[in-house]
Design a binder for this molecule. Structure first.
Ligand code: TYD
Length: 225
């Protein structure tokens, strides 16, 4: 098993069921003796968490929304993600840039070329290499029909600016996730989230075992509670 830093993001529409699997995966890595940084976007630093509160609750135009999300991401990369990877840790983030292409690009219909430009500027994190753009080593995309996700979420909590969107919004978000997967299938792995919790966990662990990041024994013993 390697001990280099590994950056994994979890993605999917609201209600796709990422949370318990994120916890379980962190536990599995820890059982293997790895240090894990568990984080999320929007957010992950005190500054980015303040931006998150604004983005999820305050009315704003789509460009303002995209800029605030990328501003938070820059701080998150510099303060948390890059230092943890440099220490050789496993970084697991509940969402990263694919969510911006899905929600702002797909959901809101915001200009994807502008998002790509911001991605290149914000995720250039190596001072000595201008062409380096930080991306997750692996993205686990929880694919679930928007109608099913809406049923799962119904009445769960007070919805934020995204959760309160109609199903058509999430159909566009899901379409944009599918496009990200098609553009980079080596990085973005599709997880069929319409199956049982156990079956979802097995899809995740088999992906990680195949990459040589997780031992089969650890994968078999761990799992969502
Ligand atoms: P989410 O992970 O769903 O948090 P919670 O489970 O606490 O609601 O993320 C919050 C919302 O932010 C979610 O609806 C998706 C949205 N979002 C974007 O619109 N763009 C982004 O770039 C990111 C990272 C999230």
């Amino acid at each position: 098993m390697q001990n280099k830093g590994i950056f994994i993001s979890f993605e999917g529409i609201d209600g796709a069921g990422k949370s318990t699997h994120i916890e379980a995966l962190a536990q599995a890595f820890r059982a293997q003796g790895r240090s894990v940084t568990l984080t999320r976007e929007p957010g992950g630093t005190p500054l980015a968490e303040q931006l998150r509160t604004l983005v999820l609750n305050e009315p704003m135009d789509p460009l303002t929304e995209a800029l605030l999300i990328f501003a938070g991401r820059r701080d998150h990369l510099r303060q948390v993600i890059e230092p943890a990877l440099a220490r050789g840790e496993v970084v697991i983030s509940d969402r990263f840039t694919d969510a911006t292409f899905a929600y702002q690009g797909g959901g809101r219909g915001f200009d994807v070329a502008v998002l790509s430009t911001l991605e290149r500027i914000v995720q250039a994190t190596a001072a000595d290499n201008a062409s380096f753009i930080r991306q997750p080593d692996l993205t686990l995309w929880f694919d679930l029909p928007p109608e099913t996700a809406a049923e799962r979420l119904a009445g769960a909590r007070v919805p934020d600016r995204f959760e309160s969107q109609p199903v058509v919004f999430f159909q566009r978000v899901a379409g944009a996730y599918a496009q990200r997967h098609a553009q980079d299938p080596a990085r973005v792995t599709r997880i069929d989230a319409a199956t049982s919790r156990h079956a979802v966990w097995q899809q995740i662990t088999s992906t990680l075992v195949r990459k040589g990041w997780l031992a089969i024994m650890v994968a078999a013993q761990a799992g969502p509670k």
